[in-house]
Design a protein around this ligand. Sequence first.
Ligand SMILES: [Zn+2]
Length: 400
Amino acid sequence: MGDTTVLNMAVAAGPGGILALIRSGEAVTRARIMQVTGLSRSTVAQRLDALMACGYIAPAAAETSTGGRPPGAFQINRDAGVMLLAAVGAGAMQVAVCDMARTILARQSHKVAVADGPAAVLGKVAAHFDELLAQTGRARAQVRGIGIGLPGPVEFAAGKVVRPPIMTGWDGYRVPDFFAADHTCPVVVDKDVNLMALGEHRGAWAGVTHLLFIKISTGIGAGLIMDSALQRGAQGAAGDIGHLFVGNIEPEHTEICRCGNTGCLEAYASGWAICRDLTAKGHHAENVRDVADLAQHGVRDAVELLQTSGRLIGESVAGAVSLLNPSLVVLGGELALCQSYVLAAVRETVYRRSLPLATRNLQIVTSKLGHDAGLMGAAQLVSDAIYAPAVVDAVLEQSR
Ligand SMILES: [Zn+2]
């Protein structure tokens, strides 16, 4: 956190501002909070008491041996409720329930066909949420927030899906409305790759200010962290790297993309394109898991297609690197995580294609959070909604 932010905190150090300091780790003791905010001992004590009375914070157990947490520190009260999370992909979804400190208490993975439409897909999500609550002995009344990731563009403020290329029947659908009957808590919805970028940034690379996350799975997408903040663009469509024009790779046969155009990166390099090509070569490849399995067993066609995919993705990533100058590119999604073929090809292409200044301090890595990046990003986004200083101040005001 920079000096400007600390100064803003000092100016607006209501209880919500103090909670933000505790949540970020910037100031977790009375003494440090007084120092950062400039508030008196009695005011800080009063606000900490109010935050504790409303269940937001709890005294932290001292961890002197690790030197991590000083005596007299406060932390988020992890037992104040639970959050429900769903990372819905094109063909599979993960659902989880976590505590308020974002520790996962129970989780499940399921197959899903996102093109079945919102009622069918969200109905399954809601049923799995109830199973997870039952499994962990929690009630719906204890749910403080719900976070959903979807494989298409989302108008974030409204939780509305906008013209998704692969999600039949979802256009204009407001996801929070679906959960309103059973839950009164906030429901936040975002594009899956945005959640992955957020989860990876906060969970593994908090010190990196400019991060580009590339999801390589059934589809291909990018999540942008610029100046440590997630960038969604004007309509939530930022990062749509899968539909950048890469030309017709094999001029003798034009591949049509899922979006209806020709020459898109996805039409040659995505999981669905690799499945198409492997099937044409006589292999059994219905989904990205099958592609990963074939590559794992060293099947030459699969390895070669992944390498070609990595090179093509590398060309597009090189363009993004020149445009945005990130210091870190993280590759995630099933096909980036299964083997190192894609990483090696992307690295080689980006370093060859980008200008030296853009790549001088550029790192290209695979996701540290792996398959959990989306769920962890959803937990971060829900936490941001629940612990927003203005929201916390309003809750405390009402409870007085
Ligand atoms: Zn396309």
